[in-house]
Design a protein around this ligand. Structure first.
Ligand code: GDG
Length: 485
């Protein structure tokens, strides 16, 4: 199994991501350390229980050289190591290049992509800073697992530095959390070759779905003229392996939370509040890929075409603030506010508010209580690497066997058999799916839930991490054996 494979020897693992999963704060001269939450943190906390690793990333600020010394030792005690970037580089690399160029392009929003040379320069500087910082951490024979679109030049930059020092037994993996787009779209990127070549110095490249891997491979063929198979690219005389590793969640976190007093109390409150009313839940970072306007329009259409549901169903939408310093996100916020106001104005009464809209994040117990009370979870992403909200809803629905209505443009749609699949651009279809979900007989809900639940419980975050690391070790052993022939 993946787990035996990953645990079989004692290679050290180093995980690298843009942001360290920590919030550092100071009171007086004392620094304190708090683990922050988020998708990647949850995913890797599953892996952490199975194998230990050092986490390398940007700590969130430049800090001063005096503070850095204290921060570094605090981080070290917690198996973390910081890559410091000056504030201007950090801003331009993260917001300017990663979030304004690669993010829209990878999610098929090429219209939003504005290529700026200064942002590209900062992206190169930041990736180089990561490569240099890693040299202090990495020993020969280590496994380095690089995360996501922020660090696509890092495999190559790191490999060059390591080769120059004769550290030839370090193995590098890279995993993409977003979609990889069709080569027809990817090729519009001015630095398309540099980015592909950047990741091709890794030994193993991982994607959420077969389609993303396939798009990546055809970009390598069409743009770089490389020879590919369905699971490898030949680059610079080396085989670079390409695989599919769908991420998951830790379902136990949700099951355990449902047993706590806070969640039980809150759930009982919600049940009283929504008695006689069906609840549809939505949880999204307020990002244009999540299709929140499409969701609101479809809900409006549903109420307009099914008047018997007016007053009897609510949409509870959590919209977590995200990247508010990028222009496209500000426009999205204005658009969403207007739509919420319109639907509530059109169908609301003194007794009835159709959409409960929160533009803020909620606590974990609040989130679990909302998942648990909801009869339906509605996900309308127009593109989404995986979408973990769909998994989390299933993990919280042991009691109710609620219905998942899931956009076919999420990675999750490839795995979650048992959901009602929708094209989120088709308002009529989403509205029909809501009707079907709200009127589905209990036996069918249970049958669907069982299929979903089996998948979510087996394909956990730990399973994802161990599969990737197991495969990285396997392809490395294979390469070492070949080299000895
Ligand atoms: C990227 C890819 C891919 C949300 N609101 C609250 C809250 N959350 C948590 C959820 C979930 C996470 O945030 C969101 O994960 P998603 O996967 O749905 O979406 P992205 O943030 O866009 O993640 C995505 C993922 O990376 C992993 O590879 O699946 O496709 O875009 O865990 O629970 N948590 C709390 N309060 C909130 O208000 N506590």
């Amino acid at each position: 199994s993946a787990s035996d494979d990953a645990g079989s020897d004692q290679a050290r693992l180093i995980v690298v991501s843009n942001r360290l999963p920590v919030t550092l704060s100071r009171s007086g001269s004392e620094w304190t350390f708090k683990l922050s939450s988020g998708g990647l943190v949850s995913a890797l906390s599953g892996l952490k229980r199975e194998m230990s690793f050092t986490w390398v990333g940007w700590p969130g600020s430049d800090f001063g050289s005096d503070d850095r010394r204290k921060i570094n030792s605090l981080l070290q005690e917690n198996s973390c190591s910081a890559v410091y970037l000056d504030d201007e580089t950090a801003e331009l690399y993260y917001n300017g290049f990663a979030n304004s160029i690669l993010w829209p392009l990878f999610h098929y929003h090429s219209g939003e992509m504005i290529f700026e040379e200064a942002a590209w320069d900062a992206y190169q500087r930041a990736n180089a800073a990561f490569a240099n910082a890693l040299l202090d951490v990495v020993k020969d024979g280590d496994l380095v697992w690089i995360q996501d679109y922020h660090l696509m030049l890092l495999p190559r930059m790191l490999r060059q530095l390591l080769d120059a020092r004769g550290l030839r037994r370090v193995k590098i993996g890279w995993f993409l959390h977003t979609p990889f787009p069709s080569s027809e779209l990817y090729r519009i990127l001015p630095v398309r070759s540099e980015i592909l070549e950047g990741v091709l110095s890794a030994d193993l490249l991982g994607f959420h779905t077969h389609d993303y891997a396939r798009h990546f491979l055809s970009s390598c063929t069409r743009i770089l003229g490389l020879t590919t198979t369905t699971s490898a690219v030949e680059s610079d005389g080396r085989m670079v392996h390409v695989g599919t590793f769908p991420i998951g969640i830790e379902p136990g976190q949700f099951v355990d939370a449902l047993q706590t007093e806070v969640v039980k109390d809150r759930l009982a409150e919600f049940e009283r509040k929504f008695e006689g009313t069906k609840v549809i839940v939505g949880v999204d970072r307020l990002d244009y890929i999540k299709g929140v306007p499409q969701k609101l329009l479809a809900f409006e259409h549903f109420l307009a075409t099914h008047p018997e549901y007016v007053g009897r169903v609510v949409l509870v939408q959590v919209a977590v603030p995200s990247r508010g310093d990028v222009e496209e996100y500000r426009q999205l916020i204005a658009n969403v506010y207007e739509l919420v106001g319109r639907v509530n104005g059109r169908f609301g009464t003194v007794e009835y508010t159709p959409i409960h809209f929160m533009h803020k994040s909620v606590t974990f117990p609040e989130l679990v209580s909302l998942y648990a009370v909801a009869d339906v979870c509605l996900i309308t992403s127009t593109r989404d690497g995986m979408n973990l909200v769909s998994y989390e809803y299933v993990a919280s629905q042991q009691q109710r066997h609620g219905v998942l209505v899931l956009s076919e443009f999420t990675g999750a749609a490839q795995s979650l058999n048992g959901a009602i699949m929708i094209n989120s651009w088709n308002m009529e279809e989403v509205s029909d799916a809501l009707h079907q979900a709200l009127s589905m007989p209990a036996e069918q809900r249970e049958a669907n839930f069982n299929k979903l639940h089996r998948y979510v419980t087996k394909h956990t975050a730990a399973y994802w991490g161990l599969s990737f690391i197991g495969e990285l070790k396997r392809v490395s052993r294979e390469a070492d054996e070949l080299a000895q022939l």
